[in-house]
Write a new protein. Structure first.
Length: 638
């Protein structure tokens, strides 16, 4: 509709250099009126809402601009006003540019939504459930907890579950943002929508429907879209000030031109000021940047629940990490092996794994996993026996092998190895291995430190950010872990209910604190911190307490949040200055402040500048899509 309006506009025809036929004289007024009522409806209704709420803002200023242009154009068309005020083509341009800008903004919001909602589309259309020994194809919606499903090589998991048979490299990039496939084997948890890239699996379903990780992620969408930000409110206030600025400038313009005896020019200049003062670029500046940043974060496995948290992250100078489940894996692992001659480390772990392989205890699984990681052959054991609080025993290659703690040593009247005392002061779990009731070595087990934690701490220090660790473990244990990771300040022996107080103590020092936890016992601290980041999407406490959810378990994702926050703030600042600068410059020029030297900003030039301002703001925001938030391969950076 704008094309014929512009083509039939006498002023546009005069600028280009052609005449509008007499029969086409009313094309611009007719279609222009439709554009005003139909295309301008969102702005007119928004302006009415702002008037009723006595909070003038962007909608009111936009409505003022198009209404003034509409009335002035009809006045000129009917001969009631000077013909120079026939602004039909400017009205069409205003409405089209404004609607285009809003379309760009809403498309970005829709892309943010689809970036998260598309996770649900990654579920397979069918699942292969085992029923009475046979495979039956069913819809994923029909699965129930406890069902066993078959996942073919290259197939997607239909629901969250635990591997009961097989091992495969799982592509979890849709959850973690990490492109490298992760090895998963019997007992490991797997997530719906991830892909078994190379082998088939049998998986026991552990969560369905709204309890799955994907469902938890989707629930974040509404909160992410509905959350408001302080920077957005600043933009709204700027628009309100611009509204009064435009009215004041219009009043001064009318008075000044009338005072010099040019009433016709006063009308033209006043209307021009009101029309080109439209702040659409200002209104687009912040929401577009935040929407694109939210979408970009989602694609990197960072789920922004509260947009203000993302904006605040750029000001953080202290990151407080919970230890267990965040800097460490939260599960025991064999961290040292001390054999006695003539046994080697491989001999010792082989005997221990053979003895423990029939046990379901977490420590037994850690020992068996350690043997697999070292590619050690595990012999078959027989006559397995387990004694609570003592240990386990079995026959391995005809010899009696026992693995246990202090009570086992007491029963066999054996002595622990000298290194055990040093391990104990570090808070490690110590298991001794006995062959025919003779101690042949010891195993050190502890919560395994994530390899990525060291890299994350080093990178945060390089950015000038202090890293602090908080844990309920004893001081010696905490300092041992912190020393290996590179953290100097530690809060140890802290009860879950006291973690928030430690956050407040850091804030009382004038620090801006980001708290990173696993969302289990860290809810008060996550809520108290300036920014709460929960590792592990979908948990109720994470959704309730944290502003940002890290879908994966890599603590280096905190760096991505900081980088995105800083990049987004730069774009916001650039867009605000550009948008506001256009209005502050063009309004005085349109009013005729340079008229004494012979320059008055034409309405056509003002409209073109307004369009360019909007386009520049939109294109500048789109540059955020180029920000690389991919986490490097930990093996590549040592």
């Amino acid at each position: 509709m704008a094309v014929p309006v512009v083509a039939a506009s006498p002023m546009f025809a005069m600028i280009i250099g052609y005449d509008v036929p007499g029969w086409a004289r009313y094309i611009a007024p007719a279609l222009g009126s439709v554009m005003y009522v139909w295309g301008g409806a969102p702005f007119l209704t928004g302006a009415w809402s702002e008037l009723r709420g006595r909070k003038p803002g962007m909608m009111l200023l936009i409505a003022l601009a198009i209404t003034v242009a509409f009335l002035a154009s009809w006045g000129a068309t009917l001969g009631l006003l000077h013909h120079e005020l026939e602004f039909w083509w400017e009205l069409a341009l205003l409405i089209v540019i404004m609607l285009l800008g809003h379309w760009i903004e809403m498309r970005s919001l829709a892309q943010t939504t689809s970036a998260l909602d598309s996770l649900a589309a990654l579920l397979p259309d069918e699942a292969e459930r085992i029923e009475h020994g046979e495979t039956v194809r069913v819809s994923p919606a029909e699965l129930r907890i406890g069902d066993i499903v078959v996942v073919r090589p290259g197939g997607r998991l239909p629901a969250d579950g635990r591997i009961t048979q097989g091992a495969a490299s799982i592509d979890e990039s849709m959850i973690t943002g990490e492109s490298r496939a992760v090895g998963r084997t019997v007992g490991d948890q797997v997530v719906a929508g991830t892909v078994a890239t190379d082998s088939g699996l049998r998986v026991e379903i552990t969560a369905v429907g709204s309890d799955t990780t994907l469902a938890g992620i989707r629930r974040l969408v509404a909160e992410a879209q509905a959350s408001s930000s302080r920077a957005q409110r600043i933009a709204d206030r700027a628009a309100a000030w611009l509204f009064w600025f435009a009215l004041g400038a219009a009043a001064i313009t009318a008075i000044a031109w009338s005072a010099v005896g040019m009433p016709d020019e006063a009308v033209v200049r006043t209307i021009t000021v009101l029309v080109i003062a439209c702040p659409h670029a200002l209104g687009l500046a912040i929401p577009l940047v935040v929407s694109i940043a939210t979408e970009r974060a989602a694609r990197a496995g960072i789920l922004v629940k509260d947009r203000l948290a993302l904006e605040t992250m750029r000001t953080i100078d202290t990151v407080l990490f919970d230890k267990t489940g965040t800097l460490t894996k939260g599960t025991p692992a064999v961290t040292a092996i001390e054999p006695l001659s003539p046994y080697t480390s491989d001999d010792l772990i082989s005997l221990a794994a053979a003895t423990e392989q029939d046990s379901e205890h977490p420590l037994a699984k850690a020992i068996v996993n350690a043997a697999h990681d070292r590619n050690v052959k595990v012999p078959t054991a027989s006559d397995f026996r387990s004694s609570p609080a003592v240990g386990v025993s079995a026959l391995v290659d005809g010899r009696s092998v026992k693995v246990g703690g202090p009570h086992l040593l007491s029963e066999t009247r054996s002595s622990e190895l000298p290194i055990a005392e040093a391990w104990r002061t570090e808070g490690a779990i110590i298991l001794h291995v006995l062959v025919d009731d003779q101690v042949v070595g010891a195993l050190r087990l502890a919560d395994e430190i994530r390899a990525e934690s060291i890299s994350a701490v080093e990178s945060l220090h390089a950015r000038g950010i202090e890293v602090v660790m908080i844990t309920g473990d004893a001081q010696a244990v905490a300092e041992s872990v912190a020393g290996r990771i590179g953290i100097e300040r530690v809060f140890a022996g802290v009860r879950p209910e006291d973690k928030a107080a430690r956050v407040r103590s850091l804030q009382s020092e004038g620090r801006r604190v980001a708290m990173v936890g696993d969302g289990v016992n860290d809810a008060p601290a996550l809520a108290q911190a300036d920014v709460g980041l929960a590792i592990g999407a979908g948990t109720d406490v994470a959704i309730a307490s944290a502003g940002v959810i890290l879908a994966g378990d890599d603590p280096r994702a905190v760096l991505s949040v900081i980088d995105l926050s800083r990049a987004g703030y730069r774009k916001m600042t650039q867009n605000l200055w550009w948008a506001a600068g256009y209005n502050l410059l063009s309004v005085p020029l349109a009013a005729g402040v340079l008229a004494p030297i012979g320059f008055v900003l034409p309405m056509s030039v003002g409209a073109v500048l307004m369009s360019l301002s909007t386009i520049v703001v939109a294109l500048n925001a789109q540059m955020l899509r180029r920000l690389d938030l991919r986490l490097p391969n930990i093996a590549a950076d040592g």
